[in-house]
Design a protein around this ligand. Structure first.
Ligand code: KIV
Length: 278
């Protein structure tokens, strides 16, 4: 049985912290699922960490669906959340409905995530009313990077902090089952967590959130173009790759790979007959 949004809300009620990670492909999704990660987000961060774009803005619905399907195929238990890409939900509710529906019907996800607060509350309400679970995303919302003027901590001024709290309450009211808080000062995310009844999932938002999310390739040390301050590298996979690829290249060059162990034999008589044929 897959974990449901109700299980996630139950975790918050029982004071159980919620670990969430991103995944973009079948093998990593399988590993995260095996490790019992309860929520896997197919984040539009795939634009940067997998596809090499310089922001999440170019990411398309087709790209998101392609990767969502791979992640769903790799999971049995995790709740898979598909991240709605830029301009797949902002223009009008009908467009948002159509695209969110595609994540469930074509992608196989169990929920979607979208960025914004009061401005998207009507959309969230419509999606939830149609049976599509929605995770909100507040604070540093990367799809608005040009409006925000860069990847900066949000909610620091009295006005911005009050707005963030109103946005969280608007999402809760609209029926969002959880809210990501990205790059938000810890004391503010603590207050938001106290004031809303749905789980908050932090990324650069301190320890007081109900859960934490990290971009998998950041925390595994695989994406090293830039490392945000909130990232803790639990591994250095880029170094592991370099070492392994370096050895492979060297062994191919010197003819020590493959060995008999990685090669296939054949019946000597077949070969002898072939060799005897002009
Ligand atoms: O796209 C993503 O990976 C995200 C997380 C950082 C929350 O939105």
């Amino acid at each position: 049985m897959r974990i449901s949004i109700h299980d996630i809300q139950q975790m918050r009620k029982q004071g159980e912290r919620i670990p969430m990670l991103t995944a973009y492909d079948y093998p990593t999704a399988r590993l995260l699922d095996e490790m019992g990660v309860p929520i896997i987000l197919v984040g539009d961060s795939l634009g940067q960490v997998v596809l090499g774009y310089d922001s999440t803005i170019p990411v398309t619905m087709e790209e998101m669906l392609h990767h969502t399907r791979a992640v769903v195929r790799g999971t049995k238990r995790a709740l898979v959340v598909g991240d709605m890409p830029f301009m797949s939900y902002q223009s009008d509710v009908a467009t948002a409905m159509r695209n969110a529906g595609r994540f469930l019907k074509e992608g196989g996800a169990q929920a979607v995530k979208l960025e914004g607060g009061q401005t998207v509350a009507v959309t969230v309400q419509s999606l939830v009313g149609s049976g599509i679970p929605v995770m909100g995303h507040l604070g540093l919302t990367p799809q608005s990077v040009h409006q925000l003027g860069g990847y900066k901590v949000q909610g620091k001024s009295p006005k911005a902090a009050a707005q963030l709290l109103r946005d969280a309450q608007a999402l809760e009211q609209a029926g969002a089952f959880a809210i990501v808080l990205e790059s938000v000062p810890s004391p503010l995310s603590r207050l938001v967590t106290e004031r809303v009844s749905v789980p908050t999932i932090g990324i650069g938002a301190g320890v007081h959130c109900d859960g934490q999310v990290q971009v998998l390739y950041d925390m595994m040390g695989l994406f090293t173009d830039f490392v945000p301050r909130h990232v803790k590298q639990y591994a250095r996979l880029a170094d592991v790759f370099r070492e392994a690829v370096g050895r492979y290249v060297q062994e191919v060059r010197e003819g020590t790979f493959p060995t008999a162990k990685e090669s296939f034999a054949m019946d000597e008589s077949v070969l002898a007959e072939l060799a005897a044929t002009p």
